[in-house]
Design a protein around this ligand. Structure first.
Ligand code: SAM
Length: 498
């Protein structure tokens, strides 16, 4: 028995060792050595008690000696890249010292119009205000955000009388951005329509049943009230007011559900939602909207154009834009389509998983993009080439092929495609900007399969290849890696000029 156990231990240790700093789950270990999960679990716990293995983020185990990722002889650290970057471009990384970059829900409560949507991604309105001030952007000038999301840049610009153009591929995002920048509503009519909403009928609509597990998203009483609410909103005859209410409806959906978003959508077993939550939250949201519409009426108002489209393909009039401010998706970051599927389904923007899949495949690549898209991409001869991206992709490929059970064997090509997608967007931005204009990018770095990806420096290098001048890379904050709790990632502001 003792002999058998130590044999198992050896095999477990060997398997964990092979996963290097990437780490391996209990299930993957059990599969790799063809043992039952319980025995592997017991063995790993015993190894942990003796300090041989440690658990990293996401249920991954590594050998104690690989707890610090820098102990991996193959690891190339952020400091090494920073030095290389300084040598190549004469730019030392500095610290960002403006108002907080992080979108904060509390602070948002005070932010007129920005507070209409609770989506935490990219940057704060304060950050955008700070940049518009730093670069002295004036009323009548034009700002671009090619990944406009829920419209933070567009709303900030409009409030200062600055014109803006925003692009986002997700219909939900561009819808939110559009409604948040349409302020010529008759507030009295909004109030009247709101008070006239008939919440006492029987719901005739049905929920978006194509969503898997739709029955568990909401409690039965909540679901009924949501259907009722949606039905009464759709009965409003003035399209702009209907859209305002649809936006309010979308922005309370997750709060009404048994899920939360932190930032990915997941079930929250501790959440207790009462049946009247939809009506309470909707009422409060519309009241905020009315208050803000009254407030912004007095404000200078820039002209805003919102495009629902793929920024890789959207071209701008050459030399027409005074500044671009954006936050692209991060490498291996959020799957926006899956994360916002509930809102898109309830607003009738998508009707099937096929439609969701098509949308996902057009987005800047994330690790849920279809394998066929990645295969097609790998055969292309005109993709963006960068020495750092190539080195990183090869190291990722090497690590995932030498390890059992990595979720995607083509992850290296997902990373290549990510940079190619962003390259295509940056080229269009370059063309649209006026000579001398700034391009401000907020971006986070990543860790994939234990390989560090300095996305901020790679994007700066890419911009340089397009023709931009690299002015600065400012580190705004550090954040914890989901893959490895002990490793600190960063979020940076890359400042370029044409
Ligand atoms: C980090 S978020 C930007 C958030 C934004 N700053 C805000 O205020 O909400 C990145 C956005 O890029 C969008 N996106 C991804 N791929 C795109 C593409 N090919 N074309 C246009 N937008 C895209 C996503 O839908 C997402 O809204």
């Amino acid at each position: 028995m003792v002999l058998f156990l130590s044999g198992l231990e050896d095999r477990v240790v060997e398997t964990v060792r092979n996963s290097l700093t990437i780490g391996i789950t209990l299930k993957q270990i059990a599969q790799a050595i063809d043992e039952n999960l319980e025995a592997v679990d017991g063995c790993v716990q015993a190894l942990r008690d003796r300090g041989k293995v440690v658990r990293m983020g996401r249920g991954l185990w590594v050998l104690k000696e690989y707890e610090q990722i820098d102990n991996d002889p193959e690891f190339i650290s952020p400091a090494t890249y920073n030095e290389k970057f300084a040598d190549l471009y004469g730019v030392q990384l500095s610290e960002y010292s403006g108002s907080s970059i992080t979108f904060s829900a509390n602070h948002l409560m005070e932010k007129k119009v920005q507070r209409w949507t609770p989506y935490v991604q990219g940057f704060s309105a304060d950050f955008v205000d700070n940049m518009l001030q730093r670069y002295d952007v004036k009323p009548g000038q034009r700002v671009l955000d090619p990944f406009a999301g829920s419209g933070t840049v567009l709303v900030s610009a409009k409030m200062k009388g600055i014109d803006a153009i925003g692009v986002d591929l997700m219909p939900l995002m561009s819808f939110m951005a559009r409604v948040k920048t349409e302020w010529d509503l008759d507030v009295k009519a909004v109030r009247r329509e709101f008070e006239g909403l008939d919440w006492n009928q029987e719901p005739k609509l049905s929920s978006p049943a194509f969503l898997k597990r739709w029955k568990s998203h909401f409690n039965a009483g909540v679901l009924r009230n949501l259907l009722l609410l949606k039905q009464s909103i759709l009965a409003v005859k003035q399209p702009k007011i209907t859209d305002l209410f649809r936006l309010a409806f979308a922005s309370i959906l997750v709060d009404c559900s048994n899920l939360n978003r932190s930032p990915c959508l997941g079930y929250d077993r501790t959440k207790a939602v009462s049946d009247d939550t939809p009506l309470i939250l909707f009422r409060a949201k519309v009241q905020d909207m009315i208050e803000d519409l009254v407030y912004v009426r007095e404000k200078a108002q820039g002209h805003v154009e919102v495009i629902t489209g793929d920024s890789r393909l959207v071209r701008y009039e050459p030399e027409s834009i005074d500044i671009a401010i954006t936050s692209p998706p991060y490498v291996n970051g959020l799957d926006y389509v899956i994360n916002y599927k509930i809102e898109m389904a309830w607003l009738d923007m998508v009707h099937s998983y096929d439609e969701l899949g098509q949308l996902k495949d057009e987005m800047v690549a994330c690790d849920n993009v279809s394998r066929s898209i990645i295969r097609g991409f790998s055969e292309r001869l005109d993709s963006y080439e960068d020495v750092w991206v190539e080195e990183i992709a090869e190291r990722i490929a090497h690590r995932i092929t030498s390890k059992e059970g990595y979720r995607r064997k083509d992850m290296h090509n997902v990373v290549r495609k990510y940079f190619d997608d962003v390259y295509r967007v940056f080229r269009n931005v370059y063309e649209g900007l006026k000579t001398g204009a700034r391009f401000i990018i907020v971006i986070g770095d990543s860790l994939i399969a234990g390989v560090y990806i300095p996305a901020d420096l790679i994007l700066a290098q890419m911009a340089k290849a397009i023709g931009f001048k690299i002015e600065n890379v400012e580190i705004a904050r550090s954040r914890r890696s989901g893959q490895r709790r002990s490793f600190k990632l960063r979020e940076s502001v890359v400042i370029l000029s044409k």
